[in-house]
Design a protein around this ligand. Sequence first.
Ligand SMILES: NC(=O)c1ccc[n+]([C@@H]2O[C@H](COP(=O)([O-])OP(=O)(O)OC[C@H]3O[C@@H](n4cnc5c(N)ncnc54)[C@H](O)[C@@H]3O)[C@@H](O)[C@H]2O)c1
Ligand SMILES: N[C@H](C(=O)O)[C@H](O)COP(=O)(O)O
Length: 340
Amino acid sequence: MKRPIIAVTMGDPTGIGPEIIARALRDSEVLLSCRHLVLGDLSAMERALAITGEPSRIEVLDHGMPPVDDRPDRIYLRPLSYLSPADMVFGAPSPASGAAMYDYITTAAKLCLAGAVAGMATAPINKEALNRAGHHYPGHTELLAELTGTEQFVMMLAGDRLRVALVTIHEALADVPRLVTFDRVLSTIRTTHRDVNRYFSANPRLAVLSLNPHCGEGGLFGAEETRVISPAIAAARAEGIDAVGPLSADTLFHFAAQGGYDAVVCMYHDQGLIPLKLLHFDDGVNVTLGLPIIRTSVDHGTAYDLAGTGKANFRSMVAAILMAARMASVRDRGQGKGEP
Ligand SMILES: NC(=O)c1ccc[n+]([C@@H]2O[C@H](COP(=O)([O-])OP(=O)(O)OC[C@H]3O[C@@H](n4cnc5c(N)ncnc54)[C@H](O)[C@@H]3O)[C@@H](O)[C@H]2O)c1
Ligand SMILES: N[C@H](C(=O)O)[C@H](O)COP(=O)(O)O
C-alpha cells in the first residue's frame, strides 16, 4: 500500500519542535504508516539531531517529495528558513523565527490544498512570536481556517479515553459568556458530529457541557444553560444528532473517560483541556475539525524549559502524525466510520 505523505511543520525552532520531530520520525509505527516532508529550518534540524543523538541523515528536498521507497534513516526536509544562530537561541523566539513558523504552516496548508501531501501534523509554535512577526492569529487553528476559507471549524483534542471539542478557543475568560451563543454551540455540535462520525466513531454520542456550576442551578448560578445551550442541543437533536445535555462539567468527565461518550462539547478552553491533558498529556492529539484539509498537532507547547535538553516526550508528536495518516486513509478510501 502506498503510504501517504504527511507534512510535518517544525513549529518554533527555539522550542522542542525540532527535537520531538527528530525522535518521532524514527518511530517504527510512523515509518510504517506514512512518508514525511518536514517543513522547517536546516540548521535547527541538524542541531536537533545532534542533541537527540538520532542517527538520521537529512535529505534536503527543495522541491520534490519523498520517494515511495523512502529510507527510515532519512529526514526529508524542505528548508523554508535559514535562521542565524542569534535567531535560534533556545527559548528566545525572534521576529525572524516568528516569520519562519508562519511560513512552515502556510506552505504545508498550500501543499495540502494542492493534494501534494495527504495532511499536515504541526509541532508547537509560540503564538506571541507569531503575532510579533506581524501575523495576527491566536494560533494554527484560526490561521488554517482563514487559509482554507473555512468558517465553521472546531478545535478538538483527542486521546483513547477522551475527546473534547471547544465552543470557544483562545478567549479571555471574561469574554466567554458573551461568546457562548446559540449559533456557536450548534455549529460546534454539528461540526464535531460530522467529523467524529467520519473519522473516528460512527454515529457518535456527544455530551454537551454546561457553562455554570450545577448547570446553572435553575437560573440561580447563570442563565446560559436555559437561554442558549439547551435550545442548541434541541436543535441538534432535531437534525438527528445524538447530543445530550447540558451536563455538569464537574462530574461529566468521570463518565466520559469511562467510554460513555464519543466526544464532549466544552464551552471554553480550560474546561476541556484540563481533563484532556490530565489523562493524555503524553499522547493526546489536537485535531482541527471542519477544514477541507487534514491537520493534527501535538497537545503541548514549546516547552522552553526542556528545549535543547533532548528530554522532551515525543509521543504526542508520534500520535499526531499517526492520526493524520489514519485520517488520510479514511478519506482516501472514500469512506468514513459512519455516513458522511
Ligand atoms: N500546538 C501549539 O502550537 C501549542 C500548544 C500549546 C501551547 N503552545 C504555546 O507554547 C508556549 C508555551 O506554553 P505553555 O508553557 O503554556 O505550555 P507548554 O506545553 O509548552 O509547557 C507546559 C509544561 O509542560 C511541559 N511540557 C510541554 N511539552 C512537553 C513534552 N513534550 N515533554 C515533556 N514535558 C513537556 C513543559 O516543560 C512545561 O513544564 C506558548 O507560547 C503557547 O502559545 C503552542
Ligand atoms: N489550545 C491548544 C493547547 O493548549 O494545546 C493549543 O494552544 C493549540 O493551538 P493551535 O493548534 O491553534 O495552534
